[in-house]
Design a protein. Structure first.
Length: 380
């Protein structure tokens, strides 16, 4: 089998942990990975004997779903690249990669501790099949893994002893199975729009895709990033009474935070699209839209914190005060998590060279037109 003629068929071994269980570690040594790979080879041979004509590559590391489902599938891409370098016939055509001196052989194969506490751990593997066999083998795997993909007793026992955990289920899934399972999970928690965009980024990155969140925020995937409608623009299109509009905006900003956290985990950059302002990407944990520059006829600018119950500060407005207390908004910023509030306030303060002092409003403040605004009277 020449490397150029091999087609990669991505698979994953899914470990469903018993309640309260956490693996003692999330990587295996080289020797441990080799032991596990031999057990996996036997399991897969029992399901689809033709796998013996392919090269099995195993990464001795446990990942979360978000780490595996990233644009370009970097974990599998790295595993495939390393496996293609191994000479034909090495270890009976089963190759495994584990840690040496505490490190995996390539950075994408290092699981992130941030995601190590989930109830399911995923161990990636890949079959590198001759081109003439790949389509048939892929079809057989899709059928057999769904129907009877439970790992063998020896494999499950080895994993429990080595990782020091009890496991409810251990089964093989194709990458398509993992995608379908994740789709169902996201739809179950009202994140179907997020899945629509993520699926596009993973499977058809060359095509644009649009979606509406459950609460009606417009989202678009294009050129490797997600572009989200400005919450202030969304608010302008609403027609409910002021109290309801403020409540609905809080819901939109909560939803935006959910999307931002998951998109960051899947390594999809997020940026803001505003109809009336220049906008930014979420590089520092916040989104910013700039609506104007300092106007000498108005007073000194100040920073105002819009707050919502249970969410804390959901938006920060930079504004100047004019005649009769009328506020002129210069910018809105949206912190996507609590740690981003400080950097957001600093960035807004530096725009106008003012102290980074935030005036708490205790609620979301709207102007007489129902738009996100600063208060029309001085705060003491």
């Amino acid at each position: 089998m020449e490397a150029q003629s091999l087609v990669a068929l991505p698979i994953v071994l899914a470990l469903e942990l018993s309640s309260g269980e956490t693996p003692a570690r999330i990587t295996l040594s080289r020797d441990e990975a080799a032991e596990l790979a031999a057990l996996m080879a036997a399991d897969l041979h029992g399901l689809v004997p033709q796998v013996d004509q392919a090269r099995l590559a195993v990464a001795g590391a446990l990942f979360d779903t978000v780490e595996l489902l990233r644009p370009g599938f970097p974990v599998w891409a790295t595993l495939d690249e390393l496996a293609r370098r191994v000479p034909r016939g090495h270890l009976d055509n089963v190759v495994a990669f584990g840690t040496h001196e505490g490190h995996m052989p390539a950075q994408p194969l290092e699981p992130e501790a941030t995601y190590a506490d989930g109830p399911m751990r995923l161990l990636p593997l890949s079959l590198l099949a001759p081109e003439a066999l790949a389509a048939e083998l892929s079809e057989q795997l899709e059928v057999e893994l769904v129907g009877r993909g439970e790992a063998g007793a020896r494999t499950a026992d080895w994993l429990m002893r080595t990782l020091g955990v009890r496991l409810e289920h251990v089964r093989y899934l194709s990458r398509n199975d993992l995608l379908a399972m994740t789709c169902v999970q996201y739809e179950h928690v009202n994140l179907a729009a997020l899945w629509t965009l993520l699926e596009a980024a993973l499977l058809t990155p060359y095509r644009e895709e649009t979606a509406l969140s459950a609460r009606g925020l417009a989202l678009r995937y294009a050129e490797g990033k997600i572009i989200v409608q400005s919450p202030a623009d969304w608010l302008r299109a609403q027609s409910s009474d002021p109290a309801q509009r403020a409540h609905d905006l809080a819901g939109i900003l909560f939803e935006l935070r959910q999307y931002a956290a998951l998109l960051d985990a899947h390594h999809l950059p997020l940026s803001l699209q505003s109809e009336q302002a220049s906008a930014t990407a979420a590089e520092h944990g916040y989104l910013l839209e700039v609506l104007g520059t300092l106007e000498p006829a108005y007073g000194a600018p100040a920073l105002y914190a819009h707050e919502a119950p249970g969410l804390g500060v959901v938006a920060v407005t930079l504004a100047q005060r004019g005649e009769g207390g009328r506020a002129r908004v210069l910018a809105h910023g949206y912190p996507l998590h609590s740690k981003a509030l400080g950097p957001l306030v600093t960035a807004l303060a530096e725009r106008c060279d003012i102290p980074a002092e935030l005036h708490a409003l205790g609620r979301i403040v709207l102007d007489t037109d129902g738009h996100l605004a600063a208060p029309s009277h001085a705060l003491h």
